[in-house]
Unconditional design. Sequence first.
Length: 351
Amino acid sequence: MATMTDVARCAGVSVATVSHVLNGTRPVLPRTRQAVLNAVEELGYTPNTLARSLVTSRTRSIGLAVSAISNPYFTEILQGVEAAALEYGYSLLIADPHDDPEHERKVVQLLHERRVEGVVVAPSAQPRELLAYLGRHQVPAVFLDRVVGDFGEGGPRFDQVCAENTEPTALLVAHLARLGHRRIALVAGRPGFSTTAERITGYRHGLAGAGLPFDERLLVHGDSESAGAERATGDLLSLGAPPTAVVTGNNAMTIGALRALRSHGLSVPGDIALCCFDDFAWADLFSPRLTAIAQPGKEIGARAVQVLLDRLAAPDRPARTERLSCAFVHRTSCGCPDPAAVHGTRERDPS
């Protein structure tokens, strides 16, 4: 197995120069750098990252805890995190907390014990144990997608990166109201998630802006999953005066709502209009094509890595929360003619 000394000999430079090239610790002339990289390639040299971490006390690794297996939206975020980590020379350790508070704390502890330099976490609805662990062990952390409170005066604060939720949800409701709908329902996510609360706020703002009253019977919870949304949509359809339009709070619940509508023999948008928060890869393949709010998942993931690296570089700087804008994707499930045939599929304002 080739050593750093072998690389130095092959490139005609010192071992220290090889170290500077591989670790980026000091500027090296382009010609010298290329000679070292050529020698690395020729000899098949692989740095001993474990030995390096023992010397430097740095592993150049990041832990990511998101429920990517059960939620396709987090898969897109994972792609953004992975790409950014690779760009900055960090490896990625991934764990799925299953949106369970106890399991969440355990997987973050395991990541920490594997000496990751920081963690990126999509927190559960009750992250008290997680916050306590991160604060107690002073683990650099960035929360993504969902924001959390401090849980008491003087409690820990963490950097957070998420999408805008309130205004985009209000936009969906306003669009449906402009189409003449007066009974617009929301299938909201799991109580306790900040995303759920913010989208409910947006729903109510959209109703108020359209001069429509809030009817608590038209606000149901689908628990952020397909089966829950199917049950909740069934409850809406059983009302004496069911809604004429439905907004779903995430992609999994959109699938559940569509199942419920189909089981009741209803067509979209002929019998009932549908708009959803979360665009996803196959939304454009449904018939009808789904009108949706598209979150910038990859950008959120990449930005979370950048914010974490900023935290590692300046541990004492104030915590910050960053929100990224969403896009309105105007298709046909809302009952409009196909906008793609006229002016493309993505618009900021459907009016």
